[in-house]
Design a protein around this ligand. Sequence first.
Ligand SMILES: NC(=O)C1=CN([C@@H]2O[C@H](COP(=O)(O)OP(=O)(O)OC[C@H]3O[C@@H](n4cnc5c(N)ncnc54)[C@H](OP(=O)(O)O)[C@@H]3O)[C@@H](O)[C@H]2O)[C@@H](O)CC1
Ligand SMILES: Nc1ncnc2c1ncn2[C@@H]1O[C@H](COP(=O)(O)OP(=O)(O)O)[C@@H](O)[C@H]1O
Ligand SMILES: [K+]
Length: 449
Amino acid sequence: MARPILTATEMRRLEQHAFEAGTDEYALMERAGAALAEATLRFAGARETLVLVGKGNNGGDGYVAARLLVEAGASVRIAAVGEPTADSAKLAAKDWSRPVEAIDENTAPADLVLDCLFGTGLTRPIDEDIAEPARRLFTAARRVVACDLPSGIESDTGAILTDLGPADLTVTMGALKPAHRLSPAMQACGRVASAAIGLETQSDWFEIAEPDLPALDAQGHKFDRGMVHCLSGAMPGAIALSAHAAARAGAGYVRVSTSRMIDGLPSSVVQTEDAGALDDERIGCLLVGPGMGDIPPLLTVALTKTHPLVLDADALRHVGEPDRLAGHDAILTPHEGEFRALFGDLVGSKADRALLAAQQTQCVIVYKGPDTLVAAPDGRLGFAPPAPAALATAGAGDVLSGIIAAMRARGMEPFEAACAGVWLHGRAAEACDIPFIADDLIAALPDVM
Ligand SMILES: NC(=O)C1=CN([C@@H]2O[C@H](COP(=O)(O)OP(=O)(O)OC[C@H]3O[C@@H](n4cnc5c(N)ncnc54)[C@H](OP(=O)(O)O)[C@@H]3O)[C@@H](O)[C@H]2O)[C@@H](O)CC1
Ligand SMILES: Nc1ncnc2c1ncn2[C@@H]1O[C@H](COP(=O)(O)OP(=O)(O)O)[C@@H](O)[C@H]1O
Ligand SMILES: [K+]
């Protein structure tokens, strides 16, 4: 099941709906605090704990969790930014009968810090009179567990407004937030555990989950299983990686247009000099860009065809105006540099920019990076689950575009094909020993499909 991802505004709207439908405000916080305590106990056991609480509902969750951790046998202290201001948090604080310390240079460290300073309500950097002691307490702790988000992180953008240090575990309330899956915040979250707190979460934004791949037709032939056609350019090694990956990702027939034999390709990948091959109606996906180099006519030729397209790498740098893609059934797979070359400096978070680019081109955009996003023109947005940083290796992108081309040729619709490709690529990386090279990803594909 794909986990939904909600903005801070959507979370508040959802919470409001629940209240209007009769959910008691404090009951919701009780559920959040209980989920936080339970996840903390499972992660770190009942140990010496310092709960840092802010004035809002994130702090409220902390008061509830602190009480339940005491009941579970942990030795717990609370240090607070100040008196709670949110209504439910005031009730939660009332239920805490022990002393509350201040957060300052005298606050004693503890084995486990429960970070309940700020969650989705953070709107600006944290003042240094709180940030400085909090940083010291994070560093001194053996484990840091964050409530909803590590404090200092902007929920919608994944920006780190104030760096307090990373959490080992983040317990997210109700739904994932964009920051759990956007850099640089995602790297500060540690493990992310979802706590269901009884809110009905649905969204067009979600974490990409294991795909349902098209079933094999027992009576089918190779062309039923998808034909990928690749255009070779100045550096054939790159398209060789894509073509090989497409074949391993289950395309029934993979062909490369090339004017000279490419070494190292499996013999099963057909190499052809025949320009007419591009008009083959059986082509399920045409892939151009990896290793294309400075040969713009390759893109021009691709854009004269009506086949579904995957445009990657150099092809993206030669598009020029995004309007040129209008009317094409295309998946674009830019990394940050290619994205900026094609779309300029769009404003907003990476999520906003990905969706703007998809709307502008009416194409599916795979906006790569440590936090890969898949955006559809209709507003769907898939966030990749974390993948090994070792993926930042030459040719890994070529492998990805090949896998996506195979999924498209196998009949998946563009957004689903792109999400499936991103998921398989990440899992293939996880299946490899580190350090790996792009070729190893291809070899690992059968293990994850
Ligand atoms: N919504 C839901 O469905 C559920 C939410 N739940 C929990 O509530 C959390 C959100 O709570 P929240 O809205 O009260 O905000 P929170 O993060 O505690 O911040 C508190 C206040 O701090 C202020 N402030 C902001 N930045 C600041 C700064 N740098 N330095 C100083 N002050 C700053 C700002 O007020 P301001 O000063 O801007 O008026 C803000 O309102 C959420 O993360 C989750 O844990 C769950 O319990 C149940 C389901
Ligand atoms: N730090 C990182 N953590 C996880 N994945 C990464 C990281 N950096 C890059 N990637 C992934 O590795 C691949 C690199 O693709 P790309 O930049 O096109 O490289 P190349 O052109 O060498 O093939 C993309 O799928 C990207 O999402
Ligand atoms: K927090």
